[in-house]
Write a protein that binds this ligand. Structure first.
Ligand SMILES: Nc1ncnc2c1ncn2[C@@H]1O[C@H](COP(=O)(O)OP(=O)(O)OP(=O)(O)O)[C@@H](O)[C@H]1O
Length: 289
């Protein structure tokens, strides 16, 4: 296991507001990560810090063991921004040609194939494109760059469900043949589940949790039942959130339950359901722990 990117104790303030607070993050080689957080959680700030666009007030960013200097870009790196800085008067193909100059592993065969997959006319000017089509141009650059560290800030913004599915599909196909480290920031949490092997969840500039997506899928449950029974069942377990209704309680727990636990819950009249990542995220944020 080798670490591609390591952020240590990152702090970024805008005036008195902390956009990021003591944030630690480590990305391993050849893993796809999801970066999840509400509006204003600090996702774009984190990505801009990694991409050298802004400097931290405190903390370090290391890429493959080498500390990034002020304004320095990681090597073999591609950043697909939420708001791409394309040349509006230039055509799609010209923007791709420009991007290709910065990425030594650029694959033109893939870029042309993706133009077809996403139904983009390469001769259209950027300023004539819809929001979604502009996102797709950024995504083509991210994919065709084959950069060993690629980060996407809201890559599916403005895309309809069909195009979102196509994007995730081609990303996974290309990743299977050309593994690299990918970090995707997104609001569409459940869509990231089949794509991201691990997720980082941030809230108010701080890291709330990072874990394997599959582990969250297997260890996150909602539990409902009589309040006293639920309290007795959840004692000693990691409870993320509780909510009362009438004589009952809903609890979200994050603890792997074995068959014995599940049998015991059923005998106690408690209903148990696995949580979707979206629900897990909401309970984690609402519960604050
Ligand atoms: N240039 C800036 N000047 C002042 N405050 C800023 C600036 N950029 C970001 N912030 C603040 O920093 C915090 C984090 O913002 P950031 O854009 O990183 O969040 P985000 O998670 O990317 O949000 P969203 O999902 O809405 O894009 C917010 O409180 C935001 O208002």
């Amino acid at each position: 296991m080798s670490i591609v990117l390591s952020c240590g104790n990152l702090n970024k303030k805008y005036g008195r507001t902390y956009a990021l607070r003591d944030l630690d993050l480590q990305l391993e080689e050849n893993v796809i990560y999801g970066l999840l957080g509400r509006n204003g959680a600090g996702k774009t700030t984190l990505l801009n810090l990694i991409a050298g666009g802004i400097s931290p007030n405190n903390g370090t960013i290391e890429v493959r063991g080498k500390k990034l200097g002020k304004g320095e870009l990681p090597e073999d790196f591609c950043f697909v921004r939420e708001k791409n800085k394309f040349f509006g008067e230039a055509r799609i193909i010209e923007n791709l040609q420009f991007a290709a100059n910065f990425h030594p592993k650029w694959d033109w065969t893939l870029a042309h194939k993706l133009l077809e997959t996403f139904r983009l006319d390469p001769h259209k000017k950027i300023r004539q494109l819809s929001r979604g089509a502009e996102s797709l141009v950024g995504n083509i650059i991210g994919l065709a760059s084959r950069a060993s560290l690629t980060i996407y800030d809201e890559p599916v913004l403005g895309l309809d469900v069909l195009m979102r599915e196509r994007f995730y599909k081609v990303l996974l196909e290309d990743y299977a043949n050309h593994p690299r480290t990918i970090l995707l920031s997104t609001h569409l949490i459940d869509e990231i589940v089949p794509v991201a092997e691990r997720v980082y969840i941030i809230e108010a500039g701080a890291l709330l949790l990072h874990d394997e997506t599959e582990r969250i899928r297997r260890a996150a449950y909602s539990i409902r039942g009589n309040s006293e029974t639920v309290a007795s069942f959840t004692a000693g377990k990691r409870v993320l959130y509780t909510e009362s209704y009438g004589h009952g309680t809903l609890a979200a727990i994050y603890d792997k339950l074995n068959d014995g636990n599940i049998k015991q819950a059923r005998e106690m009249g408690i209903s148990i359901e696995n949580l979707t990542l979206q629900k897990f995220f909401s309970y984690l944020i609402e519960g604050g722990h």
